[in-house]
Design a protein. Sequence first.
Lengths: 97, 182
Amino acid sequence: MEKIPDQLGYLILTEDGAVLESGGELENDERVATIITDLISLSNSIDPVAFGPEEKFKKISITYDDHWFVICISNKKIYVVKRSIQSSPSESIAVNV
Amino acid sequence: MQTDGEESLLHSCFGSLKSAVMGCCYSICHKETDPQENIVNERTHLLEVPEQQQETPSPTTCASTPPRKPDEQSALNRILHETATNVIDVGALGPYSLEAGAYSERVRTYSARAAAAALPPPARARLLADLPPALRRALLAAPSLAPADRDLITNAVKKAASAISELRVEHHEDLVVAFRVP
């Protein structure tokens, strides 16, 4: 698979969740593969009233403080890339409830 | 504990009551065979009530049932006979056979209908679209979520979660009320 900028690791899975390729921090990581597969099947059973069959999304991203995952489907395969975030001091307003 | 006097008094009362009721029962039971049916007498009904709704005790119960039981007994018998007439005994219907010609005709008709009504298998619902490789490369290399967007989403979800957790049920009226039966 092609090199993605600031990539920390990657996974290529089948639609069922079997690992085809893996590398970097996600090398042989079946645990993450299972979690991502479950997440995608969960998203498939989302409320059909809210998200109609014509409304398709291109990617799912899971963002943490210092890294993030990007997930997409291409050619019936699940692509997962773990990328790092260059954390810069940002003025963010957090609401604590 | 009853004294002998009271007991004999009760017996004689019961006896006369029983003979009166038996007399009534006898006259009611033999109403159909009464030759004086057409004559208007003290026994003719003022309202023409259909036969099924009349609580006529059967002749077999005339002689044996005590005064308070006939209503219950006749009601039970009525229910039993109604159920018996409404029951359809499928087992007793007997063998049902179809002619060979009719059978093959039906097979042809039903298979034609089934073929016409056949639907394509439903497509599985998928939220993520299948992307072509070019689009995938561009997408995976795209920059991450903007910090401002991320904070917006996080704060909005936190507020929604706290609002949902504050849902309460306000009790106004009783759900179960007693029937005010005097």
